[in-house]
Design a protein around this ligand. Sequence first.
Ligand code: R1P
Length: 211
Amino acid sequence: MQGRFHYYEGYPLWKCAMPVRVMRLLGATHLIASNAAGGLNKCYKVGDIMLIKDHINMLGFGGNNPLRGPNESRFGPRFPSMYGVYNKNIIQTAKRCAAEEGWGDMVHEGVYSCVGGPNFETIAELRMLELLGADAVGMSTAHEVIIATHCGMTVLAFSLITDMCITDYETDDDVNHEEVLSVGKKSEKVLKPFVTRIVDSIANQLQSKSC
Ligand SMILES: O=P(O)(O)O[C@H]1O[C@H](CO)[C@@H](O)[C@H]1O
């Protein structure tokens, strides 16, 4: 997909995630989701990649979930498990692809927290997310991953760290969307071959399984 629908644009979550169901109906078995996110983990740097190993869906705590409403059992069960959502084998594949390209040092594994936006978080909110165990924060992806998991897709998701979150009242730095876009643009040269390598590797694995 080129871009995605966001909750802050006014769409309900089920609509934000609907393209995933369309892809599933077209025969897709795997979802590779990427996003721009603010880094909370102090070991990260702008331009790093965080392979998502789990998420904290802040919208979901309030009952706002893309699966809310009558369950569509042709896609999946009423109460889907969210253990092991982010496929461990594919995370390893992605790590290997990064190492082969010489990007091992800039690729991490971490927990993504999804907030509603559109405002960037307050310092107190960021401190709370940090305390909860989040390594990065953004305004997308969790609902798409929930829908993909519900319909049995295998998921890899990663965040490009576009800014480091400020958790210190003494800092004068700020965050803005232009910075997010500019880091995204600069990182294209890394992200495109990274994703291509991962897709090739998954395809090879699937092919050798089917032989
Ligand atoms: O998650 P994506 O859409 O990649 O982008 C992130 O960057 C935007 C904020 O700058 C928000 O849309 C946030 O979610």
